[in-house]
Design a protein around this ligand. Structure first.
Ligand code: URA
Length: 215
């Protein structure tokens, strides 16, 4: 299916979404009920990237509306004091794999340019990758979430913060504890990222004033 415009020219989430309408770039188009593009604040400082829609997401066309989503909501509210409307949430795959099986490489490759552009357009301070698939996509290498969760990594000038997928924490107490710990770290990271931005803005303003003083 030819793109109307190259993705890098698209700077609006709705237009990016329109590019995916009727998407048939991989075989998941044959079994999906709805494409799940993502939703939330298009200018969010915090963006979450999950793996792929499950049953309820496929039915509703929205990300994280099932049990894992409820846990994500709780973590957002109780630890960060945030609602869904304050963050942006998307997935590596926009369509549900049958029986919630793992995404296949060709499905990831088909969706990847859209996921990456979605991040560029939202332009968050921090991308939180939920689980192995989104972490590997953003880091562009095979890593294991058990080894690298809870430590920020700078990719293309942006903080990427890998954590366990909430679905993995639903029935595993230890994993849930680690996820809670990581969300607490995420709160600190968000404050630090906000301060960096403020510092940058102040230094730009100061430079502007210094230049004006020259005249
Ligand atoms: N798991 C995901 O990775 N994404 C969803 O949207 C729901 C469950």
């Amino acid at each position: 299916m030819p793109l109307q415009r190259s993705l890098s020219e698209i700077s609006d989430l709705d237009e990016l979404k329109n590019n995916l309408d009727d998407c048939g770039r991989c075989s998941l188009s044959g079994s999906r009920t709805n494409l799940v593009f993502g939703n939330g604040d298009p200018n969010a400082s915090l963006m979450f990237v999950g793996e792929a829609p499950g049953f309820y997401e496929d039915q509703k066309g929205e990300p994280f509306v099932g049990a894992a989503g409820k846990l994500l909501d709780q973590l957002l509210k109780q630890i960060l004091g945030l609602n869904r409307s304050n963050v942006y949430i998307a997935n590596v795959l926009k369509c549900r794999p049958p029986e919630n099986r793992d995404p296949k490489p060709e499905e990831i490759s088909a969706c990847k340019p859209f996921m990456l552009r979605q991040i560029e357009i939202v332009d968050p301070l921090i991308v939180v990758t939920l689980g192995n698939f989104s972490t590997r996509l953003l880091l562009d290498r095979t890593v294991f979430i058990s080894k690298i969760h809870g430590e920020p990594i700078i990719i293309n000038n942006r903080r990427v913060f890998p954590v366990y997928h909430p679905a993995a924490a639903l029935y595993a107490t230890k994993t849930k504890e680690l996820l809670i710990e990581d969300f607490k770290k995420l709160g600190d990271l968000l404050i630090e990222a906000d301060r960096d931005i403020e510092r940058e803005q102040n230094s730009k303003e100061n430079k502007g004033e210094e230049q004006l003083d020259l005249f």
